[in-house]
Design a protein around this ligand. Structure first.
Ligand code: A3P
Length: 304
């Protein structure tokens, strides 16, 4: 191995199994916390479009759908680069000289499409000031927890998850990267009454992708022909994304994402939680959800 590639590996290894550090009470990657001032002072442009999700809610799926909409349904144009290079991940700080996050966003011409997992209260203020459009995708807590557990196993930038029982407790308590799922989905649900936020659900996209694609296009002020909608549906169906190297993260070095432990494109279904939750865990979480959602108009489906 050349000295250069050895240094590259050493550099990348510096982001493995990062500790979480709280920013305003929300656990985030230590590298994110270290760079918090520059994230908070991010300068948005009025035509920035933000994709926001709690991790493992189908971020990559909606990113590819939105890029396909913007590229008029042309898969070749979406194959211009892997997804993390097309759509900067605002608060992710890879070691230099890699550009994925804030610096990539700053180097990119407008109009930009940006990704974040930040909870509503941590969104850089300039995004609100410019009234940027935001697409929020939410996923039911049970499938989200299962997906996040497997992601911790294969993605070595995240802390060691322990076993499923331990991870589920941390997840419910919000002791995971990007904090509490409850706070996240509620915070963004409330934000949509004052801001241009299109709030979507993973389960709805799974059930009727064409309908949700049309909703997004309408939100962006675009009209799509039936042919283009069908092209987008076909290109972004799970089976197609699973084998597409521009979205499936197989181009990331294996010591950062080990797909032999668990694929990034793992199952892509609603209801996989039933294979992981014990009856007691499921009932307990139902009780917690009943409390957390008391008086809220926000509801989720855990099966289709
Ligand atoms: P599973 O682990 O349940 O399979 P994110 O992009 O936010 O990290 O979310 C990843 C989750 O979305 C994974 O869930 C992944 O399989 C699923 N996913 C990705 N693309 C999808 C698609 N086209 N259709 C359905 N699910 C998809």
């Amino acid at each position: 191995m050349s000295l250069e590639s050895e240094l590259e590996v050493l550099n990348l290894k510096s982001i493995m199994r990062q500790k979480l550090v709280e920013v305003e009470g929300v656990p985030l990657y230590s590298k994110t916390a270290e760079n918090w001032d520059s994230i908070w002072n991010f300068k948005a442009q009025p035509d920035d479009l933000i994709i926001c999700t709690y991790p493992k809610s189908g971020t990559t799926w909606i990113q590819e759908i939105v890029d396909m909409i913007q590229q008029g349904g042309d898969p070749q144009k979406c194959a211009r680069a892997p997804i993390e290079k097309r759509i900067p991940f605002l608060e992710f700080f890879p070691p230099k000289p890699r550009l994925f996050g804030l610096e990539l966003a700053e180097a990119m011409p407008s109009p930009r499409l940006l990704k974040t997992h930040l909870p509503v209260q941590l969104l850089p203020p300039s995004i609100w000031q410019h009234n940027c459009k935001i697409i929020y995708l939410a996923r039911n807590i049970k499938d989200c927890a299962v997906s996040y557990f497997h992601f911790h196993l294969m993605n070595t930038t995240l802390p060691e998850p322990g076993n499923w029982d331990q991870f589920l407790e941390d997840f419910i308590a919000g002791n995971v990267n990007w904090g509490s799922w409850f706070d996240h989905v509620h915070g963004w649900w409330n934000a949509k009454s004052d801001h241009p936020v299109l709030y979507l659900f993973y389960e709805d996209v799974k059930e009727d992708p064409a309908q949700e694609i049309c909703k997004i296009a309408q939100f962006l002020g675009l009209e799509l022909s039936e042919l283009v909608v069908n092209q987008i549906v076909q290109h972004t169906v799970f089976e197609s994304m699973k084998v597409n190297p521009f979205v499936n993260y197989t181009t990331v070095p294996a010591y950062l994402m080990d797909h032999t432990i668990s694929s990034f494109m793992r199952k892509g279904i609603v209801g996989d939680w039933k294979k992981h939750f014990t009856v007691a865990q499921s009932e307990r979480l139902d009780g917690i959800c009943a409390q957390e959602f008391k008086g809220s108009s926000l509801t989720f489906r855990t099966h289709l």
